[in-house]
Write a protein that binds this ligand. Structure first.
Ligand code: ATP
Ligand code: MG
Length: 410
């Protein structure tokens, strides 16, 4: 999710400095130690005469002559073998590019550079190739308690898995009051509490045993949901668990409690997407604005949080609108989920998702659209486990076969 590296940049121009500074504000570098200095390649050379080289050095260079190659050679002599060097220059010449790459430079970027190019270069150097197969982490957080954040998270997870092509694991991180096991009708033997009690022992095969299977596409790492024996969560332990679960699925849906704790902040800053769920009233608007400002700053301009409005009911004239939220937070709500107590309470009481109760309900349509907006991939052809309508009832396929038989008999 983010890189823990030491990174030093030696800059010549104000434009490059601005781009590097912006890149350093991105969530991917939120755990890195960064040092931005002036003076380009000559300054780097004199600096590393008396300082250790970091994981990554970025140097801006004005010329492209033999003096530059000599200076790079001198830099290579003082560099630790693991240090990577990226050069930013003005000369657009493929021969120069090849010479630099064959000399061991990781990348050559031509001015003007953008923060995005810098981050993509860092991604290409540090992202583990196997990480590409790792799941995308979507962290759901209610801007106030009880706004339906868990409900939206679970139904989004269900919709992503039903669209067809993605494996999904829900991690219920509401240790004391989590409802994922109930909502998905699971009775897990092991929970997140067991995983967190001994994080050093955890590995990929052990974490798999803690995940209870709802079906072949959807799993749940449930919360103990017991106030007795509650152990506080350490940020490092949570980070390890998320990394291990990412290895098991295409999407990890994190249901965060409404608590402003260090590990919750870390997860919201580092997740691939931070999804804020809000009810359309003034108190939620204020918290959404607060959180949006904080997270946009911490995650970087390119990775702002996403906003979902839940329990939307246009007939309630007191509710605020999507535009009110957009004006206040600068975030255009990704989806508006309709308010329907009967639908969501029926689902909750049955241990089902809303789409199992009524596949064509407009709230279910919005949740499917939310799944797509969050990157779910639709399968080619018919979605797996698609529910089928029978006699006005919509039931999961497994149950449906049973009903079909009964209806035929009747
Ligand atoms: N769109 C909706 N329409 C009607 N009821 C809803 C909707 N979304 C959620 N609810 C109901 O709101 C209640 C609270 O939902 P939920 O537990 O998901 O909220 P939460 O934000 O996770 O709460 P907490 O802060 O306790 O974690 C539940 O009874 C749920 O069924
Ligand atoms: Mg909740």
């Amino acid at each position: 999710m983010s890189y823990k590296i030491t990174f030093e940049a030696f800059i010549l121009s104000a434009a490059t400095k601005a781009a590097v500074e912006e890149a350093c504000r991105d969530r991917r570098l939120s755990r890195s130690t960064v040092n931005i200095l002036d003076g380009g390649l000559p300054a780097a050379l004199s600096y590393y005469k008396s300082n250790h080289t970091p994981n990554l050095i970025l140097v801006e260079e004005g010329s492209a002559d033999s003096a530059m190659m000599d200076q790079l050679e001198s830099l290579a002599e003082v560099c630790d073998p693991t240090t990577k060097v990226v050069v930013i220059g003005q000369v657009n010449d493929i021969r120069l590019y090849r010479t630099l790459i064959s000399a061991g430079v990781s990348e050559y970027l031509i001015t003007p550079v953008t923060s995005r190019q810098i981050l993509e270069t860092i991604d290409s150097i540090y992202s583990d190739p196997s990480a590409k197969q790792r799941g995308k982490v979507l962290a759901f957080f209610g801007v106030r308690g009880g706004v339906g954040s868990s409900t939206v998270a679970y139904n989004a997870a269900w919709a992503i898995s039903r669209l067809g092509n993605d494996d999904v694991v829900v991690v219920d991180a509401d240790m004391a009051f989590g409802t994922a096991a109930l909502s998905f009708n699971q009775d897990p033997k092991q929970t997140l509490g067991d995983a967190l009690s001994n994080p050093e022992r955890l590995d990929a095969s052990l974490i798999e045993r803690f995940i209870s299977r709802v079906d072949d596409r959807l799993g749940v790492l449930a919360a103990p949901a017991a106030v007795r024996g509650f152990t506080p969560i350490e940020p490092e332990a949570m980070e390890k668990i998320i990394e291990l679960v990412r290895g098991q699925a295409n999407f990890v849906i994190l249901d965060l409690p409404h608590m402003w704790l260090p590990w919750v902040k870390d997860v919201l800053v580092q997740a691939d997407e931070a999804v804020l769920v809000a009810y359309p009233d003034l108190a939620n608007l204020r918290e959404a604005k607060n959180l949006s400002e904080y997270l946009s700053e911490q995650r970087g301009e390119g990775s702002k949080p996403k906003l979902v409005l839940n329990r939307v009911d246009p007939s309630r004239k007191t509710q605020l609108t999507a535009k009110d939220f957009q004006d206040a937070t600068g975030l255009e709500p990704l989806q508006l989920i309709a308010n329907d107590r009967v639908l969501f309470e029926t689902a909750a009481n049955n241990g089902q998702m809303a789409g199992d109760v009524n596949a064509t309900h407009k709230a279910v349509e919005s949740l499917k659209a939310l799944a797509t907006a969050l990157g779910a991939h639709a399968a080619q052809g018919k979605a797996r486990n698609a529910p089928v309508a029978v006699g006005g009832l919509v039931l999961p396929e497994s149950v449906n076969r049973f009903w079909q038989a009964l209806i035929k008999k009747g």
